[in-house]
Ligand binder design. Sequence first.
Ligand SMILES: [Zn+2]
Length: 213
Amino acid sequence: MSWKPSKNDLLGLLPDRLVLTRGGAAGQARYLSFDDGPDPVHTEPLLDLLARHDAKASFFLVGKKIEKHPDIVRRIVADGHMIGNHSYSHWSFTHMNLQKQLDEVHRTDALLSKFDRRDHHAMRPPHGYVGAGLMLHFAIKRRSFIYWSYDSLDYQVDMAREHFIRRLREQPPGPGDIVLMHDDNARALDALEILLPEWRRSGFHFRALPAGD
Ligand SMILES: [Zn+2]
């Protein structure tokens, strides 16, 4: 069995703390989140942009990339953003037994803890797939998955740039929305360079999601 974020009816049946799909009760804040980094080309320009507009975000990092680019992770944390767990290899969990999935989770937790001193981190599995076994393990351990409520579709490379930006502008994330984006390519960065100043002028605030326990 696998669980997908689009199945909000199923996710809604689970305990609140186990699967987060919206930001906290922080009023008007929006929550940008970036998967698949740290990236040696795209992450730092994104950090520069976020800093210029006083926006905090959440980065779900891939363990093997953390090992290659520790300086970038150090800066993400120093800039006040949240770091979350996006597995070690970024292989889909659908083809792994539970032990292998836990190896991916724990190995990346250990890497992340060197930067933020936390034992556990909020988890976003590759492609959002979570089997029932890992879901149950997290429930027992009182750990959290963080999904999203607003999919930017920045991974749909066949969507024209103008259409991508227009969609974000005309249907922007609302209060409490967790926005799914990626920082291993230029797509989201390119759009945010245009939209973030507009959104800030509109009074939008961007905060980091709560870190794991
Ligand atoms: Zn990913």
